[in-house]
Ligand binder design. Structure first.
Ligand SMILES: [Zn+2]
Length: 168
């Protein structure tokens, strides 16, 4: 397994709309394992392939406390169900060091495929539901900072650009 490099906002590659996965082979499985390793090491609770510059519709999530519930969502199709909008603090491995409030309905139905191409569907609530919406947004080239005010988003962008310059 190997750790992958995570793209950081405002990298324009994060705006790419990912394409459906059509081949379920060993290379896909390897990529999924590498994504889990990258996510766990970061550490984070979710990672979309877009974030590691692979523009395919793949999401990995583990919202457990002890890394015991790895979940794979390939070609996810998400439907937000009825419920009261809730404000939650969101962070993102592509926007390191920032946590901001985002309002979402934490109740979704998701249809996806596993790493073998088997279709399944499930309902999710709470943190998992929010995380799924956040990760599927990535596959559509969208970031959680898009939900913030222009002022906030610009402040975050400038701070990160400064860090990127110092690192270069
Ligand atoms: Zn993210």
């Amino acid at each position: 397994m190997s750790k992958l490099q995570i793209l950081e906002f405002p990298d324009p590659r994060l705006r790419t709309v990912a394409k459906p996965v059509q081949t379920f082979d060993a290379a896909l499985s390897q990529l999924i394992d590498d994504m889990f390793e990258t996510m766990y090491e970061a550490p984070g609770i979710g990672l979309a392939a877009t974030q590691v510059d692979v523009h395919k519709r793949i999401v990995v999530i583990d919202v457990s406390e002890d890394k015991s519930e790895p979940m794979v969502f390939i070609n996810p199709d998400i439907e937000v169900l009825d419920g009261d909008p809730e404000e939650m603090q969101e962070g993102c491995l592509s926007v390191p060091g920032f946590y901001e409030s985002v309002t979402r309905i934490p109740h979704v139905k998701i249809r996806a495929q596993d790493r073998n191409g088997e279709s399944y569907e499930m309902e999710a609530r709470g943190l998992l539901a929010v995380c799924l919406q956040h990760e599927v947004d990535h596959l559509n080239g969208k970031l959680y900072v898009d939900y913030l005010s222009n002022v906030k988003r610009t402040r975050i962008r400038k701070k990160l650009e400064k860090q990127h310059k110092m690192r270069a």
